[in-house]
Design a protein around this ligand. Structure first.
Ligand SMILES: [Fe+2]
Length: 325
């Protein structure tokens, strides 16, 4: 299997690769992989979320594609909360949604601009401000005690215009760096704080309860994938300081790496259609939402899977904290 998946990872070309030989799910269900972005991101055709939830071989093929391509697109899916959660659980333990988010206490994050009365909320509403925070480049959950392996986002109600999600590969960005910088980052650690990213939109967007529940976290600046050994820059809008560096110099390094990782021409922009599901590797990508006309409704449902030791999470803590755990 490795040899053929390697072939799929070779230069971006708009053609299909048939994965049928890699699985015997549903009696040889054809599963095609269509590269979508500049060196990462792919659409998988011929497979449903339910197939992957129920079939070990289908899951194995999709998991291998996930490790290689970082962003996977599934179109024309019939999605319910139950189907999405069953699919998501295949990849690991689902996060419980934090306080202050719609869906708190459940396994679902509800990204909506629809108020309790069923109407679209006004442009100065807190839900709209939170959407603006999502429009900063980030990776999900780097501000949590347990970082995220993957996020799975399904489109339930989409605006007629805008509202895309844009992705970059921080793995490809890492591989574009020169060797001394790669080595430096592998041995550097950055602090991530939810209040920092929200503070870029409005000073009080992170509530006192959220600040108390989400203390800053320190992570290695490179996440090395245990399956293929490839490193990726691990940063986000939540990152504000580099351990051991003077604050301004650390912030400058973060800003330069963010700009480098999101350079024009390196991204994949996903234009949502109803029935789309996109999953991404939070270890090897950043993403941002794009704006849409504020009077148009948008409802997206996200499930998020925590990273485990098998996903490399244990390599991300500073050595002193690893020793303390
Ligand atoms: Fe996000």
């Amino acid at each position: 299997m490795r040899a053929e998946i390697e072939l799929l990872a070779l230069p971006f070309e708009p053609m299909c690769h048939n994965l049928a030989g890699h699985n015997d799910n549903k009696g040889g269900l054809p599963m095609d992989l269509v590269p979508m972005g500049p060196g990462f991101a792919a659409e998988l055709r011929g497979v449903t979320l339910s197939d992957i939830a129920s079939d070990d071989a289908a899951y194995a093929a999709v998991r291998a594609a996930f490790e290689e391509h970082s962003v996977l697109v599934f179109r024309d899916q019939e999605v319910t909360d139950e189907i999405q959660l069953d699919f998501s659980r295949r990849f690991g333990p689902p996060e419980v949604t934090k306080i202050g988010s719609q869906g708190t206490g459940s396994h679902f994050v509800i990204l909506s601009t629809i108020g309790p009365d069923g109407e679209v909320v006004p442009p100065d509403h807190r839900l709209v401000l939170r959407n603006r925070a999502n429009q900063l480049w980030h990776t999900d959950s780097s501000f949590k005690r347990v970082p995220a392996l993957t996020s799975i986002l399904s489109a339930r109600i989409i605006p007629a215009h805008g509202g895309e999600t844009e992705y970059v590969s921080t793995r490809l960005a890492f591989e574009r760096l020169d060797a001394p910088m790669r080595e430096r980052l592998e041995n550097s650690f950055a602090w991530h704080d939810y209040a920092h990213s929200r503070g870029q939109i409005a000073p009080d967007l992170a509530s006192p309860e959220e600040r108390a529940a989400l203390p800053p976290q320190c992570w290695r600046m490179v996440w090395r994938n245990p399956v293929n050994g490839r490193g990726a820059i691990y940063l986000a809008s939540h990152a504000y300081a580099v351990e051991g560096m003077e604050p301004a110099a650390g912030k400058k390094l973060i800003d330069e790496l963010m700009a480098f990782s999101t350079a024009p021409g390196t991204g994949y922009m996903h234009q949502w259609r109803k029935g789309d599901v996109v999953m991404w590797d939070n270890r090897a990508t950043m993403h941002r939402g794009r704006p849409w006309p504020s009077h148009e409704a948008r409802l997206m449902i996200r499930t998020t899977i925590s990273a485990t030791e098998a996903d490399g999470a244990n390599t991300m803590r500073p050595p002193s904290s690893q020793a303390a755990e």
